[in-house]
Design a binder for this molecule. Structure first.
Ligand code: ADE
Ligand code: ZN
Ligand code: ZN
Length: 301
């Protein structure tokens, strides 16, 4: 049996999703960011995204179900090179971020970090029309999934954290009665508790609540969330600067090693997490809309 390149990519994606589904949970944040983004796609974006997604999702064009894929593959040997691209850390407990100083991997390879990756995949998608057709399909499917995933990561405050504690990964805390680390509190546990307490354990209900806030409470902020300085297509440096600021003001505050984190921390930090999910979604849509707007044509798509 011979598989086309697109069928092969689709099979790998479906398989990794099945394995992932059986082993762990907690990709709700990426799903939420991408679901919110989907609601703001322009017509040309909907069509372009549908063409780029692997065949298993055609018909639906559901980007959200592919947004956790980069987390699922990053430990596989052939994808190890992507693992430093999920975050960017600052040195010496600094509460500010600088691209040239901070965007590198552990071997000091420049541009290998989440903001470098967002610049890279935005550029790849923008310049798609000059590539040859088969390569375009293969690379752009991955580029879209990586861009969508890293846009979620860069909005998680501790994905722009301190190098010394690996964005809170080495800070052991108690979340109510269970032992965990601070990074995990911000990746999963705050949202998990919110889902149980406020949204009847239903992710669609939580997403609907965020969509409603975007139409009401946050509606005046949305235009400024979308915009980038100097008319750039994406401005990940701004998103990372906001994240380290929030990490210092909210994530690290009152969460030193050994602390027990409970209601006070949860209730005061949940609004931050919800706003970052909404911002990530709005900005992802704005970037993809700019990429696929009438001027930019996809070769063969
Ligand atoms: N590994 C090292 N630093 C990290 C961070 N800030 N976020 C996620 N994983 C990391
Ligand atoms: Zn990630
Ligand atoms: Zn994380």
């Amino acid at each position: 049996m011979r598989l086309s390149l697109r069928q092969w990519v689709a099979s790998v994606l479906v398989l990794t999703q099945l394995v992932h589904g059986a082993l762990c949970w907690g990709k709700d944040d990426h799903y939420t960011v991408c679901k919110i983004a989907e609601g703001y796609f322009e017509e040309e974006t909907i069509a372009a995204v549908k063409k780029l997604l692997p065949e298993s999702s055609q018909g639906g064009g559901d980007l959200a179900s592919f947004c956790s894929w980069p987390d699922e593959i990053k430990h596989l040997s052939q994808w190890k090179w992507t693992s430093a691209m999920h975050y960017v850390n600052t040195p010496e407990y600094r509460c500010n971020y600088q691209y040239c100083r901070d965007c590198h991997d552990s071997h000091m390879q420049k541009d290998w970090c989440v903001t470098g990756a967002i610049f890279n995949y935005t550029r790849q998608l923008m310049s798609a029309s000059v590539n040859s057709e088969s390569l375009v399909h293969y690379n752009l499917t991955e580029a879209l999934m990586f861009l969508s995933h890293y846009m979620g990561d860069v909005h998680q405050p501790l994905h722009t954290g301190f190098r010394e504690d690996q964005g809170g990964n080495t800070i052991i805390v108690h979340w109510y009665n269970s032992k965990t680390n601070l990074h995990n509190v911000w990746d999963d546990l705050i949202i998990e508790s919110a889902l149980k307490q406020y949204y009847n354990s239903s992710l669609p209900v939580m997403i609907q609540a965020l969509q409603a806030k975007l139409m009401n409470g946050w509606s005046n902020d949305v235009p400024s969330w979308k915009s980038c300085q100097f008319n750039q297509t994406a401005c990940p440096n701004q998103y990372a600067s906001e994240s380290i600021d929030l990490a210092c003001k909210y994530a690290y505050r009152n969460a030193t090693p050994g602390t027990t984190i409970g209601d006070e921390y949860f209730l005061s930090r949940l609004p931050i997490v919800e706003k970052r999910l909404a911002q990530g979604g709005i900005r992802l849509a704005a970037i993809i809309n700019r990429i696929f707007s009438a001027k930019t044509k996809l070769a063969g798509a």
